[in-house]
Ligand binder design. Sequence first.
Ligand code: PRX
Length: 657
Amino acid sequence: MTSPDQPTLDNLSSETRRFPPPPEIAEHANVRADAYEQADADRLGFWAEQARRLDWAQPWDDDKVLEWDPPFAKWFGGGKLNVAYNCVDRHVEAGYGDKVAIHWEGEPGDTRSITYAQLQDEVSKAANALIELGVRTGDRVMIYLPMIPEAAIAFLACARLGAPHSVVFGGFSADALRSRIDDVGAKVLITSDGGYRRGKPSALKPNADEAMEGTAIEKVLVVRRTGEEVPMRDGRDVWWHDVVDRQSTEHTPEAFDAEHPLFILYTSGTTAKPKGILHTSGGYLTQTSWTHHAVFDHKPDSDVYWCAADIGWVTGHSYIVYGPLANRATQVMYEGTPDTPHRGRFWELIEKYRVTILYTAPTTIRTFMKWGADIPAEFDLSSLRILGSVGEPINPEAWMWYHEKIGGGRCPIVDTWWQTETGAILISPLPGVTVLKPGSAQRPLPGVGADVVDDAGKPVPNGGGGYLVLTEPWPAMLRTIWGDDERYVDTYWSRFRDQGYYFAGDGAKKDEEGDIWLLGRVDDVMNVSGHRISTTEVESALVSHPTVAEAAVVGATDPTTGQGIVAFVILRGDATDGGEELVVTLRNHVAKEIGPIAKPRQIMVVAELPKTRSGKIMRRLLRDVAENRDLGDVTTLADPTVMNLIGAGLQSGKTED
Ligand code: PRX
């Protein structure tokens, strides 16, 4: 707790660059400034209007747009729809059967383009196959697949049957998969022999086999992707090409209640047990569809959209599968890593498919920065018109690099804040409306209530920092934690119970104009001599130095100041390790950018940073490294010992999802 005269979180940096919307985007924008006023005047009416983007088999009851029994929400009560029908069939019925839904690019260079008509056939066949395997409405289906079209088909086949899916990212271990199978109570698993990653086949089925031991899984549907030999257990395992391919392409979708469960996606919590985040149908599809339309200014007849996330993360659920397909998008889906077979792979794909909208993560952008701007410069990126960022705060310098080197200075960047729990983007600029500030997610979208509050739950004034909260329920919100309502209430709704706010767990500040800047997880906030300093601001200050591509900052116990700031930095491709001199320069640079209080006690130059598989920096591990060693006052490390320590921590299982 902070004392009354102390800010909940200090506001240190200030960013003065501004980028108004390009006139051609503003002029044709899907959503204009009046949407904010409209939603403010009648929030539920606004969401009801967006729900009309979908085809409902039965409309919702007018008085049941929202039933709010805090903190349990129901949206669009009385309404019925089929999510897969909305993402596929209705586009075919409207005459768009020949439009490409997915341009899929395998890492080895094999490709498949799938039209909406073909997608309808494939999803129907997969749904029929799941029925044959015993899947019924309400049954949970586990999905453990690489980035191949069958992943999207599997999602939609489940949705078509009203059988909630639970996807586990292909990079996760057998243990992670097993605990999720058990928690969700799945009887059927969809997996593959493997996928391609970094130029090699990477097996999945052996992990799946290990995970299934002792679980309730009865049937396994296996996609052949790599062709590598895998064991198939008689009576349990069947090949996708044997069972799905022979099915009828006819399957009549049934309409389900708006609140019918659509999927359960696990996200890591503070305790070992991951949380199964439950999302339902009508509200989720409404908000993912509308935000994809609004935030990316998506035009189905001319845009080629690419979300470079993995389908196993919520970003893949909401912005590869459900939002874009509901909006009849043509999209690129890529199986592999950005450096295979060469570091220009992303840019090559953008050139090849004339991609107009790119959505990726700051960690990827900083990796590209590290590799150098001469790589994208070799490709024609002139088709791009909108760029998106998600997953972490984007440092202003990474934003500028993305804007200039990828967007050619002409593409608005939408920095989209949301979470697995929120289901859809909640805070983001609108590309045709917002005057952009590099590094800020700016303001809640129309229809969304968000604020920054202090310890007591009072909104901080402009210029102040504190906790990000959501002040109103929203259509795509999580409904609960699967099987654990109490944990749902405790985790998200108890911190600001009196106010009835959802606690997001993120630190944030409001600038002088009330725009929101995300400052990282509140658990990571550092306390230096009583000042509460966000990791994000110090990291951004470091990345604003021309030699630094990436920085991770942690607070390590310090006998004098409580915590001392320890920074780990990766240098840009063209920077050489400047030794002690560079460390001094960087410390002074931080002091100049955001103030002497934020000057790192130590700076270590490293070759890599430990990241979770979704690309978030593992600060817990870095804190251990920073605390376990007496590294002296300043340390420059191309020194392998820090890397060894980081590696040792990783091996000792101190990883998080
Ligand atoms: O800390 C915030 C950060 O990612 C968290 C949510 O992570 P996850 O559930 O894995 O979902 C990631 C994809 C939505 C948030 O609590 N985060 C996400 N987007 C941003 C962000 N932090 C700052 N700016 C963002 N744009």
